[in-house]
Design a protein. Structure first.
Lengths: 112, 114
């Protein structure tokens, strides 16, 4: 199993550009999550999904959108990139009956 | 408002000694607690967890203690090894509509000195 994979590893965006951060898991997990981590801070939840077709906002959803058309994939969309979105983004997943989340390697995003 | 707090940003310990990392929380509805370890340029990896019905959980060199009345948990690493040098995050979960959301502390950077 590859676990949770994320692409790209690193990206530089100009202000106002858009992009999609990809996340996929091959563990047949129902629950998937997007977090951002700013320097010296903990992980903040952006969006989460409890299954295909179901998504909900986390603590810091502004400026982001998600979709969950399949169990495996949970892309995160930035529509109008702003410098405040410079961060490291982590995707995670977990299965039914467990609270342990498994994380991808992260995407480092720089908005200039 | 930060519901999970790790008040020590960093900790240095000699190899072979005990490392104690602390975590406090404010939400009394949290019922499950986890510790994650994170190396630079990698995602967090699960280390150990504890349910609120227990006060101690042990896994090899790692032990987590939970004091519910004080809303405090700690991670003990004995003996500490240079490979343990990483950032450690405490996380807590509250069962809500089955979402299994986690709330993270800000992390403690552990350095084990050979």
């Amino acid at each position: 199993n590859a676990g949770v994979t994320q692409t790209p590893k690193f990206r530089i965006l100009k202000i106002g550009q858009s992009m999609t951060l990809q996340c996929a898991q091959d563990m047949n997990h129902n629950y998937m999550y997007w977090y951002r981590q700013d320097p010296g801070m903990g992980l903040k939840l952006i969006y989460y999904s409890v299954g295909a077709g179901i998504t909900d906002k986390g603590e810091v959803p502004n400026g982001y959108n998600v979709s969950r058309s399949t169990t495996e994939d949970f892309p995160l969309r930035l529509e109008l990139a702003a410098p405040s979105q410079t961060s490291v983004y982590f995707c995670a997943s977990t299965g039914q009956g467990t609270k342990t989340q498994y994380f991808g390697p992260g995407t480092r995003l720089l908005v200039l | 408002d930060q519901q999970v707090k790790q008040n020590s940003p960093s900790l240095s310990v000699q190899e072979g000694r005990i490392s104690i990392l602390n975590c406090d929380y404010t939400n009394s509805m949290f019922d499950y607690f986890l510790w994650y370890k994170k190396y630079p340029a990698e995602g967090p990896t699960f280390l150990i967890s504890i349910s609120s019905i227990k006060d101690k959980n042990e896994d090899g060199r790692f032990t987590v203690f939970l004091n519910k009345s004080a809303k405090h948990l700690s991670l003990h690493i004995v003996p500490s090894q240079p490979g343990d040098s990483a950032v450690y995050f405490c996380a807590a979960s509250e069962w809500q509509t089955g979402a299994n959301n986690l709330f993270f502390g800000t992390g403690t950077r552990l350095t084990v000195i050979p």
